[in-house]
Write a protein that binds this ligand. Structure first.
Ligand SMILES: Nc1nc2c(c(=O)[nH]1)N[C@H]1C(S)=C(S)[C@@H](COP(=O)(O)O)O[C@H]1N2
Ligand SMILES: [Mo]
Length: 298
């Protein structure tokens, strides 16, 4: 692990640097290096980023590798109708229309800290419901230990899927106790509006104590399983992106420090801020990992 206390922004290049190394970047794909409402006890009292920041600076490789590509390209995605396949070790498997799937879910606002593995961060006012509520409705069977998620595969509307940047569709997963944790959300909205396409419409996962790549967008499949589900970044570069991906300032990424982060919108003079253990949610989630070596299970 390298530790660079004097890391410059330009040192913290995105996941794409890995893609560069593997020489699978599409020719000419430029890296664009540009840069409270509710009162839930789970919400932070930090000031949220603006909607422009949250929906203008994104990672969503289905729409390009640059931070501004998702905002420019995601409007072509058709999110209605939307079906979600629920399968595996669950009492009520099926192919659900989204409205049917989430009917009765108690939507609330959660203002969460968000920390990308690339060492930038935001404060985001999500609307959504606890994944636990949905899993309770679906009926998790006793042997299930994990939940897997899959993003829509539709290259006609997600042009990035025509390129070999990642193995499509994007997939992610959680241990069942992580999925059932009250902080874990399925987000349906942002700033009181339906989720913008670039933020993962119509539904995306939000796990605030984990690096951003766990927060899979545009979910079309939820699978209950007894084996650890495949996760896109973990599969492509397991030595860089773990299954757990818990935010941890003491465990550096092999190519950059995770000790600090750049808050989007803070301004050029603001400087970096310290990254917090479990992204500030240690009181709530540290017990999930007691006895684990977080340097090994990163
Ligand atoms: N399907 C899909 N989900 C995804 C990604 C992606 O490329 N495809 N990027 C991930 C990464 S790396 C991050 S940091 C967050 C970014 O979420 P945001 O754009 O809403 O801030 O989405 C995550 N979910
Ligand atoms: Mo990320």
């Amino acid at each position: 692990m390298t530790y660079k206390p004097t890391l410059r922004w330009s040192d913290v290049t995105p996941h794409t640097m890995f893609l560069n190394r593997r020489q699978i970047m599409a020719a000419g794909a430029a890296l664009l290096a540009s840069p409270a409402l509710g009162n839930s006890p789970y919400s932070t009292d930090e000031t949220p980023n603006t909607r422009e920041e949250i929906s203008g600076y994104n990672n969503y490789y289905e729409f390009g590798l640059g931070k501004e590509d998702p905002a420019a390209n995601a409007s072509m995605l058709q999110t209605k109708p939307w079906t979600v396949k629920v399968d595996g070790m669950v009492d009520k498997p099926g192919i659900y229309d989204l409205d049917e799937l989430i009917s009765g879910m108690p939507i609330e606002e959660r203002i969460y800290r968000f920390r990308c593995v690339e060492a930038w961060s935001m404060i985001i006012p999500w609307q959504g419901f606890q994944l636990s509520a949905l899993l309770d409705k679906l009926g998790v069977q006793p042997g299930a230990k994990y939940v897997g998620f899959e993003t829509l595969l539709r290259p006609e509307e997600m042009p990035g899927q025509k390129m070999g940047t990642l193995d499509w569709p994007y997939v992610e997963g959680l241990r069942l106790d992580e999925a059932m944790h009250p902080l874990t959300l399925i987000a349906t909205g942002l700033y009181g509006q339906p989720l913008p396409n670039q933020n993962g419409a119509p539904i995306r996962l939000v796990v605030p104590w984990k690096y951003g790549f766990k927060n899979i967008k545009a979910i079309v499949r939820i699978t209950l399983t007894d084996t650890q589900p495949p996760c896109t970044w973990n599969q492509i570069a397991p030595q860089e992106y773990g299954f757990y991906a818990n935010v941890n300032p003491q465990v550096d990424h092999p190519r950059w420090s995770q000790a600090s982060e750049r808050r989007i919108g803070a301004g050029l003079l603001a400087g970096r801020q310290d990254t917090l253990m479990f992204n500030g949610y240690a009181d709530e989630v540290a017990s999930l990992y007691s006895g684990m070596d977080l340097a090994a299970d990163y």
